[in-house]
Ligand binder design. Structure first.
Ligand SMILES: Cc1cc2nc3c(=O)[nH]c(=O)nc-3n(C[C@H](O)[C@H](O)[C@H](O)COP(=O)(O)OP(=O)(O)OC[C@H]3O[C@@H](n4cnc5c(N)ncnc54)[C@H](O)[C@@H]3O)c2cc1C
Ligand code: SF4
Length: 348
């Protein structure tokens, strides 16, 4: 068996890992379950990316081009992983799809990403009942198709509310962790809406604002100071509907007063959960999960991609919520770990 690696997942993390490993001259097979590469960025058609307002399609084109034009990388789309066996030579993986066959590899990178929290699991926001309550991912798809409109009647919204921490930091739905990107993504989206709708009332309902690190100025302060977005500290108890408009009921915890405000459009900042693929493949490859169901990084102080199983590495949001820039960086971190691992097996 030659120096071969299987990278599972064709999102930002997996694409970067596959390209870097291919550039090192290793034989790489990149397996993606969908027919498009680019992960969530492509699937939800993110047009403009947080934090730097760069182009989503351009990023996907660059990352996908780097694997498609790499002679050492074989890209297999619309495929899934079947049975997995390990012997002294490495891993034997059955590939299922239109051309089923066996792959052999000495190392595997899990880059199986995240799923969006489905707000239907938490009935209080009226998602799935009221057409003008949408998720942040659906807002990205709306930006891709054209100007922002109310799904119920196609009209221009005069007021837009964002509700933070939907499906994150919430013991009742079982997700106690913070999804890390949704505060910043919502701020970016509010700035984009303001560019389209100079007069709309845009309000952010938050528990805490976590535009951490260098994002504070360019997203949080910019959205308030340049785009006139209003931040209201308070937890939303319930979204109802009156006269065809969603109504937010809650309490402003700074001025300690209850409110009941109608909006034309409500955007739920739904968090990130371990993807089905992450859960399934962690079982097939026998890697440990951390308590929330993401792949456990076994020694993050040594290398962020190490798992509980030698030869199996993780990159990107499969090991926890993170931004694209971190997912891409971890693609390289995993490549380095794979190279070091293979050096202990055979001469590279
Ligand atoms: C609404 C929203 C907007 C966002 N906007 C931004 C932004 O502007 N900037 C930013 O930095 N971050 C943003 N993020 C976060 C961003 O989406 C993630 O950081 C990024 O997608 C993580 O990349 P990844 O490769 O780890 O995972 P993913 O993008 O989830 O890719 C994983 C890939 O693995 C594939 N896969 C899964 N299971 C299998 C399997 N069993 N077999 C084969 N393939 C499989 C999936 O189909 C997918 O293509 C946003 C998140 C949300 C929720
Ligand atoms: S990033 Fe913000 S909205 Fe997302 S879970 Fe964390 S605090 Fe809540």
């Amino acid at each position: 068996m030659s120096n071969s690696v299987i990278v599972i997942g064709g999102g930002p993390a997996g694409l970067q890992a596959a390209a870097t490993l291919g550039n090192f001259g290793l034989d790489v097979t990149l397996v993606e379950q969908h027919d498009v590469l680019g992960g969530a960025v492509a699937q939800h058609q993110y047009q403009v990316l947080m934090p730097d307002f760069s182009s989503g399609p351009a990023l996907v084109a660059r990352l996908a081009g780097a694997v498609q034009n790499n002679p050492h990388v074989t890209v297999v789309t619309s495929a899934s992983i079947g049975a997995v066996e390990e012997d002294q030579e490495g891993f034997r993986v059955q590939l299922e799809g239109s051309h089923p066959h066996e792959l052999q590899a000495q190392a595997v990178v899990l880059a199986t990403g995240f799923d969006h929290f489905d707000p239907r699991r938490d009935g209080k926001y009226g998602y799935g009942l009221f057409p003008d309550v949408i998720t942040g991912a659906e807002l990205e798809e709306m930006f891709a198709k054209g100007p922002v409109r109310r799904p119920s009647n196609g009209e221009v919204p005069q007021s837009v509310a964002f509700i933070y921490c939907v499906g994150s930091r919430d013991r009742q739905v079982g997700n106690t962790y913070c999804s890390r990107v949704c505060c910043a993504v919502s701020a970016k989206q509010s700035i984009e809406i303001r560019e389209q709708l100079p007069k709309a009332r845009i309000s952010m309902f938050y528990m805490d604002v976590r535009t951490y690190g260098l994002w504070e100025d360019t997203l949080y302060w910019r959205s308030q100071e340049e785009s006139g977005v209003v931040y209201v500290k308070g937890r939303i108890a319930e979204v109802t509907q009156k006269a065809g408009q969603p109504v937010l009921k809650g309490e402003d915890t700074l001025v300690r007063g209850p409110f009941e405000w109608p909006f034309d459009l409500v955007v739920l900042a739904a968090g990130m959960e371990p993807s089905q693929g992450t859960r399934l493949l962690s079982q097939k490859f026998h890697v440990d999960l951390e308590p929330h169901g993401f792949v456990q990084q076994s020694e993050p102080m040594r290398n962020a991609s190490l798992t509980s199983r030698p030869g199996v590495f993780v990159a990107g949001s499969a090991s926890g919520p993170k931004a694209i820039e971190d997912a891409i960086a971890e693609g390289d971190v995993a490549s380095l770990a794979v190279m070091q691992y293979l050096k202990t097996k055979v001469v590279v």
